[in-house]
Design a protein around this ligand. Structure first.
Ligand code: WTA
Length: 662
């Protein structure tokens, strides 16, 4: 079966293998940059055309300089003018069974009214608005309303804790917080507003709080003069709000993401470049058609939802599914039921979700008619060939190409991906294939020089692209340091010309002899848990903020479903001794400090950690121990007994849990 499918997979590409068009477009993107991007940008509505496509002052790029536009106008008004007024923008479905349908016109009305609500509360162009909502229509409405008046949204995933929310509000100095009374997760109600209130105790900038009634919780705490119900404010809101003319180089939003230090980075995206990029990439990769039903299963709290549930698909005027709930609630076929119910044609999800469905078994998908699907996509982590094949055979019924899109919060949109909308190359399960037009990448060694085929190296980007982050919020130095300082330009890097600056992705990759790119996971201390990006340093600093913890080392352990899970090695302060209670307490602590997304799978108590002589924790060794791999080079290790101890700790937990389980 597996063999059959891989030859079938190769065939899909072979039948259509032209490759030339993609190469030709890629060549033009660099050789004729001004015209190439101008033609693409013409697909958006500009209040004023740009004077210059790109000003590149490495590492700061300004795209479509002088151009003026508005994101919400492009996502809504422009579609209504094109005749899509009554087309469905979102079919929304809640976990509990509630449904809502919003046409482009209805969405436009809500966004206009809410933009006026924000204005009335004193929000001005350039102000920041934090949004902490579950996957309900009010989330895109709030984002688009902010964009309409030129305020920056900073969406914080609803699975983050009060403290994590507070840190993000404080860094952005948000004036307004938009949240909900609660949310549903696997049938349970989680009181979100209570979390938000905890966060507000730690912040000073928020003046007003707007609360959506999602579940109708009776005892939702509301602070007089500060907190308002969404519906009350919307009742008297004016129906039309003129879109604020924004410079292409004005920021559209901030989105916090994890890096290698404890402090999340505020990635800032531009208005013009970002919108052009999400428009182009969605067209190139998925070849969206007017009658497609697009379903991206991500949460809008992450970049995938920003780019491919909000901006990209709305710019294209397509109809989408938005689902607020767990994939397996009330039963493991919930997703497949939705695909059948709405006739989804394009499904975009994460490898971790595919592996979870694999585990439930194909009978759940087989219960439903999935024949409307024509194209499938994945994002967030490397997809293993087994999951790729299962997705291809069971969900796609051997008919649908799999668009494995590699990209990052920082890149704004897809970077390396098969391009069904240009020229579909033969697919190889597990490879994201080639860069999209305008993207120049290479794989380099520690010295920044290209490696040979099949050698693992670091993935770097060699030229600016429209969707690239502008900077980190109020921290241009950190922007330079994190992304542009690891590798220096050198004469061995010359595609398309020797680049003046080299962008470090933080990912390992490899090329095969045909130049296909294989992404191989993070090369830094960032881990991907069920596709969610978490910094080990963030979790470590959360651990050491607990009174019992002296030192912590956190690593990602390979997991067959989640990709990676969080494992921690903890040294307790004197006066504390290891116990099951303390382990439980620390788990709860992490959920409180960061949020349920960062719940550790295992916590090991040790008395020392493997360190280099200069005192750096050798996480690589701990990782090898928990995954049962060879330790590799240990010459820099200071104290070998720490390794034995870590091994014993892992072994004893394994025994107590039963070998099979972990
Ligand atoms: C990983 C998500 C392999 C990668 C859009 C990257 C992938 C990080 C893929 C960014 C893929 C994303 N294959 N790895 N198709 N897509 N990644 O910022 O390690 O949440 O650096 O953005 O996810 O995660 P982020």
């Amino acid at each position: 079966m597996a063999e059959e499918s891989s030859s079938a997979a190769a065939e899909i590409g072979q039948q259509k293998y032209y490759g030339h068009k993609l190469k030709e477009m890629s060549r033009r993107a660099f050789e004729d940059l001004e015209n190439f991007w101008s033609e693409i940008a013409e697909n958006l509505v500009w209040f004023k055309k740009w004077d210059k496509v790109l000003e590149w002052d490495p590492p700061f790029a300004r795209w479509f300089v002088g151009g003026v536009l508005n994101a919400s106008y492009n996502a809504l008004d422009a579609n209504i003018k094109k005749g899509l007024k009554n087309k469905v923008a979102y079919f929304w479905e809640g976990e509990e069974g509630k449904t809502r349908t919003l046409t482009y016109y209805q969405l436009w009305k809500e966004v206009n009214k809410f933009a006026n609500v924000l204005k009335k509360l004193g929000v001005k162009k350039g102000d920041r608005i934090s949004i902490y909502l579950p996957m309900i229509p009010e989330l895109p409405i709030a984002m688009l309303a902010a964009a309409r008046i030129g305020a920056l949204h900073s969406v914080v995933f609803s699975g983050f804790s009060a403290e994590a929310l507070a840190n993000r509000i404080n860094d952005a100095e948000a004036k307004i917080l938009i949240t909900a009374d609660g949310l549903y997760r696997r049938g349970k109600v989680i009181p979100l507003k209570k979390n938000a209130d905890e966060a507000l105790k730690l912040t000073k900038s928020v003046e007003k709080v707007i609360v959506v009634k999602r579940v109708g919780l009776e005892d939702t705490p509301m602070t007089e003069g500060r907190d308002y119900w969404w519906d009350d404010l919307m009742k008297d809101a004016e129906p039309y709000c003129p879109p604020e003319p924004m410079e292409a180089t004005d920021p559209l939003f901030i989105l916090y993401t994890s890096g290698t230090t404890g402090k999340p980075k505020g990635v800032v995206h531009s208005t013009g470049g970002y919108l052009v990029w999400v428009w182009a990439t969605l067209k190139w990769a998925f070849d969206l058609k007017p009658d497609d039903i697009w379903w991206c299963t991500a949460d809008i709290g992450w970049i995938t939802g920003h780019s491919y549930i909000v901006y990209g698909p709305l710019l294209h005027g397509v109809t989408q599914i938005m689902y607020d709930g767990a994939p397996d609630y009330p039963a493991p076929d919930r997703w497949w039921e939705i695909v059948e119910k709405y006739g989804v044609t394009a499904l975009y999800t994460a490898p971790t979700a595919i592996r979870m469905h694999m585990k439930f078994g194909e009978q759940w998908a087989k219960k439903h008619d999935l024949s409307t699907l024509r194209i499938l996509g994945t994002v967030g982590e490397p997809i293993n060939p087994e999951a790729w094949k299962w997705y291809y055979e069971i969900i796609g019924n051997d008919r649908c190409p799999i668009i494995d899109t590699w990209w990052q919060t920082e890149t704004g949109g897809f970077m390396i991906s098969p391009a069904a909308g240009i020229d579909l190359v033969p697919l190889k399960p597990g490879s994201a294939t080639f860069p999209l037009p305008g993207i120049a990448v290479d794989v380099v060694n520690e010295d920044g020089e290209p490696v040979k085929p099949y050698e693992r190296g670091y993935l770097v980007v060699l030229a600016p692209w429209p969707g690239m982050l502008m900077t980190l919020w109020r921290d241009p130095e950190r922007y330079k340091e994190v992304y542009w300082s690891k590798f220096q330009p050198n004469s061995k890097l010359k595609f398309p010309i020797q680049p003046p600056a080299v962008y470090y992705t933080g990912d390992y990759a490899m090329k095969d002899e045909e130049g296909y790119l294989w992404l191989m996971g993070r090369a830094d201390d960032v881990i991907k848990v069920a596709g969610h990006r978490i910094g080990t340093a963030e979790v470590e600093s959360a651990f050491v903020s607990h009174p019992a913890v002296a030192e912590a080392a956190v690593i990602g352990k390979p997991d067959p479903v989640k990709g990676e899970t969080i494992v921690a090695f903890i040294i307790l302060k004197s006066g504390y001794s290891p116990s099951e209670e303390l382990r439980k307490e620390l788990r709860t602590w992490i959920r409180k400090v960061i949020g349920p997304v960062a719940t550790p799978e295992a916590i090991f108590f040790v008395s020392s950690l493997p360190k280099t002589r200069s005192g750096k924790i050798m996480r690589r060794l701990l990782k090898a121990i928990v995954s049962g791999k060879q330790l590799g080079d240990i010459t820099t290790l200071e104290d070998a007994s720490s390794i034995e101890e870590a091994k014993r700790a892992v072994e004893s937990l394994r025994k107590s849990m039963g070998e099979g389980k972990s």
